[in-house]
Design a protein around this ligand. Sequence first.
Ligand SMILES: Cc1ncc(COP(=O)(O)O)c(C=O)c1O
Length: 469
Amino acid sequence: MNAPQDIGSPRANSLSRRDADTIFHPYTNAVANERDGPLVITRGKGVHVWDEDGTEYIEGMSGLWCASLGFGEDRLADAAARQMRILPFYHGFSQKSHPPQIELAERLLALAPVPMAKVFFCNSGSEAADSAVKMIRYMNNALGLPEKKKIISRFKAYHGVTIAAASLTGVPLNHAAFDLPLDGFLHTDMPHPYRFAEPGETDEDFATRCADNLDRMIVDEGAETVAAFFAEPVMGAGGVIVPPATYFAKIQAVLQKHDVLLVADEVICGFGRTGEMWGSQTYGLVPDILICAKALTSGYLPIAAVLINRRVFDAIAPKTEELGVFGHGFTYSGHPVPAAVAIETLKIYEEIDLVARVKQASALFLKRLHALGGHPLVGETMGVGLVGAIELVADKTTQHSFEPTGKAGAYLVSRAQAHGLIVRAMGDRIAFSPPLIISDAETAALFDRVEIALTETAVWLENGGLTGN
Ligand SMILES: Cc1ncc(COP(=O)(O)O)c(C=O)c1O
C-alpha cells in the first residue's frame, strides 16, 4: 500500500489532471478543483476504497451516506446484469409496468414504518422531495384548498438541490446565488440544543420551545395556508443532529392540531442507519408521506421512492382522472435495473438481519465517538445507530466556535485523508456514516485515524493554522 498523499497539483496525464481539465463538479470549489484536481477513487471492497495511486482509505461516509453494504457486493452487480439481459428498460407512463418495480413497491409497502398505500418512483432524493411537494400541491388543489400550499422545514435541513428541494433545504449555501428559496417555503428551528438551547434550558424544555415556535409560525401564517412539514428524523448534512427524545411527539401534536401533513425524509435514515429500519421508528414519526433513496440500492444505482398514505392517494387519484393523467413522472421512474438492484439489496438486508447488525456495531461506534468528547477540541459528540458527528470548538467551556468557521473542520478532514480515512466536514462538525457492514476492527481503525487527525489539527491550530493560508 502506498502512503496516502495530500492533495497537490496533479501529475500530467493523471486521472486527477484529466478531471481538473474537464469536469465541473457537484459541491466542489471549482477553482480549487481546476488547480489541485480531485482525489480519484478507482475501486472499492467492503468499507475500503482505493485511489488511482493504489492508496487505501476507509470510507467513513459510505460515499455520500449511501453505500450501506460497502463496496464490491457481487450480488448487486449480478442482479443488475441479470435484469439488463431480461428487460433493460421499461417505464411506468400510460398504465405500463414491469415486474421489478411491482415487487419493489410491494416490498417497500410491507417494510414501511406506518401503513402506506402507494409508491411513486423517481431517481434521487431531490426528485423525491420535489415530487412530494408537487403531490401536496396537487392534493390540496384537488381538495378545493388552493390556499393551503406553504411548506415548513427546518433551518439546516437538507432535502436536496432541485428547485423545490433546495427551497426546502435550510442551508444558506444552497440558497445563496441561486435566488432561493421560492416563495411559500418557510424554515423553523432545528432541534439542536447544544447550539440553540437557552442557558439552563433542559432538552425537554428546548423541544417544547421548538414546538411552540412552530405552532406560532403556523398561526401567524394562517393554518389554512400551511400544507406540510418536512423533516429528516436525524438531520444529516445539517450536521448530524439527533433530536431530543420528545421533540417529534411535540412537533406532531402541533401538526395534527393544524391539519398539516408530515413528510419524513428518510433518504439518509432509511434502511437501518439509526439502528431501526427507519428513522421514523427510532423517533416515533407517523408520516403521511415518506421519501427514501440512497441505501435503497446501497447507492449502487440511482432510485428513490415516495410512499404516500391512503389519505394522500385518495385525494390525488380522482383529480388525475378528471385531468386525464397525473402530469408528473420521470423517464426513469421505477427503472427496472435499479429496481432489481433495490430488491436484491432488501433481500440482503433481510438475510443479514440488518437492524440487529447495526445495533451490535453501534455499541463500539458510539463508544469511540463519545470518547472523542474528551479531546480539548471537541465540544459536542452526537450519534445514533451508525451515524454520528463531532463538533470542533475554540473553547469547550463557552462553546465558542472557531472563526472563521469551517477551516479547522476542513483541516481535520484533510489530515484524516492523509491517514487513510475519508470523512466529511460540515463547517466544523465532522460526520461519520460508515457502511453498515463495518466490523468492530474497522470501526476501531476508523476512530484511531480520527484521533491522529485530531492531534494534528490541535498542533496546527497552536501554530496559528487558522490565521495562515
Ligand atoms: C436527507 C436527504 N434528503 C434528500 C437528499 C437529496 O438526495 P439526492 O442527492 O439523491 O438528490 C439528501 C442527499 O444527501 C439527503 O441527505
